[in-house]
Ligand binder design. Structure first.
Ligand SMILES: Cc1cc2nc3c(=O)[nH]c(=O)nc-3n(C[C@H](O)[C@H](O)[C@H](O)COP(=O)(O)OP(=O)(O)OC[C@H]3O[C@@H](n4cnc5c(N)ncnc54)[C@H](O)[C@@H]3O)c2cc1C
Length: 458
C-alpha cells in the first residue's frame, strides 16, 4: 500500500540518523559542497565507507565564497530546517549560539502582512538567525569533522557512466583532468547544475525543466546593532499584491557580531533599496516603526543586490531512462522564489529522502527510483507552496493549475486569518516551515476556521 504524500512528508520530517553505521556502499562522491551537498554527505557518512565532496571552491577557506553568490543575501533558517539540523547534528543549537547565531523563539519573531501585525503562535517551533556564511560554515564544520568524509577542490566537468551505471565524475584542476570514482554520485551543484547536459552528452534522457518566472530583485544591507540581546530578533513584513507598493517585502534579523541584516525585495522592474540612501529611506517610510529603528543605525558596508529570474525544477522522477548510481539534491533539483526561505530546509528533507533510501538496502546497480519518488513528494510540496503564492503576483502569467481560482480564494482566506487567529496561524506556520504537508491546510476544519476568524475580524 502506498502512503499519501502527507504521510511520506511526516515520515521524512521524523527521520533520525541511525544509531550505528549501516554500510551499503563503498565510496560516494558528492559534487557541490554547499548546504545540500554537505547534508547529503552527512547522511552518506553513515552508509558509505568513504565520502568525497568535490567543490570548485576551497571548502576549508573561511567566510563567503564565489561558488555561492547568494551568500551575501539574507537567509532565513525555517523552524523545520532548524529541527532537521538538530536531528542530523546533535548539539547544533549550542554550537551555533557559541559562534554568534541568535535565538529566534516565537516571542522574538514578529510578522506583518500588509501592515497588519500577525498574532504570535506561542508554541511554535524555535529558529535561529545568522548570516548565510555562518549557517553554512556551522554545517560544514560538523560534516568535515566526520572521519570518513574528505574534500577535493576541483571543478566537475562530466559523468563517467559504464553501461547503465554511473561510476564516477570527471574533474579539472588547474587545467589537469582526472576522475573521482564512486558507487554513488550525488549532484549538489545548485540551480545552475550541468547534470542535464552531462546526461545528454552521455546518451541519456535530459530531464524536463519547469520554470515559473518571478523576476525577483533582492537587496541586503548590514547595520550595527546596539542591543546585545534585543527583544525581537526576526522581523518580517510582506506586502501582498492587494497593497499598492513597489516593495514586495522587507525583513531584518539579528545576526552574529552585533549586526542587523536587513533585506527588501521587489518584482519585475521594481528594484527597491539598490542604493544605501534608497534602502534606508524605504525602511523608514514604508514599514512599521521597528524597521525605522534599524534604519537609524550605522550602515556597515554597501548594499548587496541579487536578481533571481525564476523558480525551476528538473523532473528527474519522470525520466524513463536514468543511470544507476546517480541522484541529484537541493537546488539542482528544485530552487524556489527565495522570499519563502525554503531552500536549506528542502535540502535537509532531500537528505532525509537519501537516508530513507539507503536504509532500505537498495541495489545500487539499478536507478534510484525509490529515492526519486520520495524526493518528488518534497519537491511537489515546496513547489506548490511557492508557486501558488507567486501566481497571485500581477506580472506572473502562469501556468495556472486546474482549479486555480478556487484554490487561490481558499489560500487568501487562510493567509488573511493568520493575522488574527492562532489555530490557523499555527497550521499555516507548520506548512510554511515545511514541517507539515500543504494538504494539511486543505481540510474543511481549517478552511471553516479561517472563514470564521475573518468574519470575527471584520
Ligand atoms: C537571494 C537568495 C536568497 C535565499 N534565501 C534563502 C533563505 O532565506 N532560506 C533558505 O533556506 N534558502 C534561501 N535561498 C536558497 C539557498 O541559498 C539554497 O537553497 C541553498 O544554498 C542550497 O543550495 P545548494 O546546496 O543546492 O546549492 P548552492 O548553495 O547553490 O551550492 C552549489 C555548490 O556547488 C558547487 N558547484 C557548482 N558547480 C560545480 C562544479 N562544476 N564543480 C564543482 N563544484 C560545483 C558550488 O561551488 C557550490 O558550492 C536563497 C537563495 C537566493 C538566491
Amino acid at each position: 500500500m502506498s502512503l499519501s504524500p502527507a504521510r511520506v512528508f511526516a515520515a521524512l520530517n521524523a527521520v533520525r540518523p541511525p544509531e550505528r553505521s549501516w554500510p551499503v556502499l563503498g565510496k560516494a562522491v558528492v559534487v557541490g559542497g554547499s548546504v545540500a551537498g554537505l547534508l547529503a554527505a552527512r547522511v552518506l557518512s553513515d552508509h558509505a565507507e568513504s565520502v568525497v565532496i568535490l567543490d570548485r571552491d576551497d571548502l576549508h577557506a573561511p567566510g563567503g565564497r564565489p561558488g555561492v553568490p547568494q551568500g551575501t543575501q539574507l537567509h532565513a533558517l525555517l523552524p523545520g530546517g532548524f529541527l532537521q539540523l538538530e536531528q542530523l547534528f546533535p548539539g547544533f543549537r549550542e554550537q551555533a549560539l557559541a559562534q554568534g547565531a541568535v535565538e529566534a523563539p516565537p516571542a522574538a519573531r514578529r510578522s506583518y502582512l500588509d501592515g497588519r501585525r500577525k498574532v504570535v503562535v506561542p508554541d511554535d517551533a524555535d529558529s535561529l538567525a545568522g548570516s548565510r556564511p555562518l549557517l553554512e560554515g556551522l554545517i560544514r564544520q560538523q560534516v568535515l569533522r566526520l572521519p570518513n568524509v574528505k574534500t577535493v577542490t576541483a571543478r566537475a566537468t562530466g559523468l563517467v557512466v559504464d553501461g547503465a551505471v554511473t561510476t564516477g565524475v570527471r574533474f579539472d584542476v588547474d587545467g589537469m583532468s582526472g576522475v573521482e570514482s564512486g558507487d554513488l554520485v550525488v549532484d549538489a551543484m545548485g540551480r545552475s547544475s550541468r547534470l542535464s547536459d552531462w546526461l545528454e552528452q552521455a546518451g541519456w534522457e535530459r530531464p524536463v525543466t519547469r520554470r515559473m518566472t518571478v523576476h525577483l530583485n533582492y537587496a541586503t544591507a548590514l547595520f550595527r546593532r546596539r542591543e546585545a540581546d534585543p527583544d525581537l530578533t526576526v522581523v518580517m513584513a510582506l506586502h501582498t499584491p492587494r497593497v499598492a507598493s513597489d516593495v514586495a517585502g522587507a525583513a531584518f534579523f539579528a545576526i552574529e557580531d552585533g549586526r542587523w541584516m536587513a533585506m527588501m525585495a521587489g518584482y519585475g522592474d521594481n528594484r527597491p533599496g539598490r542604493t544605501a540612501e534608497d534602502f534606508v529611506r524605504r525602511l523608514r517610510e514604508q514599514f512599521p516603526p521597528e524597521f525605522g529603528e534599524v534604519a537609524g543605525s550605522e550602515l556597515l558596508g554597501d548594499v548587496q543586490t541579487y536578481r533571481h529570474a525564476d523558480s525551476r525544477r528538473r523532473e528527474f522522477a519522470a525520466l524513463q531512462r536514468f543511470p544507476a548510481g546517480l541522484i541529484s539534491v537541493g537546488d539542482a533539483v528544485a530552487s524556489f522564489n527565495p522570499v519563502y526561505g525554503q531552500g536549506m530546509t528542502a535540502a535537509a528533507l532531500h537528505a532525509a529522502c537519501l537516508s530513507t533510501y539507503l536504509r532500505s538496502g537498495p541495489d545500487l546497480r539499478v536507478p534510484a527510483r525509490q529515492f526519486l519518488a520520495l524526493q518528488k513528494v518534497v519537491v511537489d510540496a515546496a513547489w506548490s507552496m511557492s508557486t501558488s503564492a507567486d501566481l497571485a503576483l500581477p506580472h506572473v502569467d502562469g501556468p495556472y493549475p486546474r482549479g486555480y481560482r478556487l484554490s487561490s480564494w481558499v489560500s487568501r482566506q487562510i493567509v488573511t486569518a493568520t493575522v488574527t487567529d492562532v489555530p490557523t496561524a499555527r497550521r499555516f506556520n507548520d506548512v510554511v516551515s515545511m514541517r507539515a504537508h500543504p494538504r494539511s491546510l486543505a481540510t474543511p476544519g481549517v478552511v471553516l476556521g479561517a472563514l470564521r476568524a475573518n468574519l470575527r475580524a471584520r
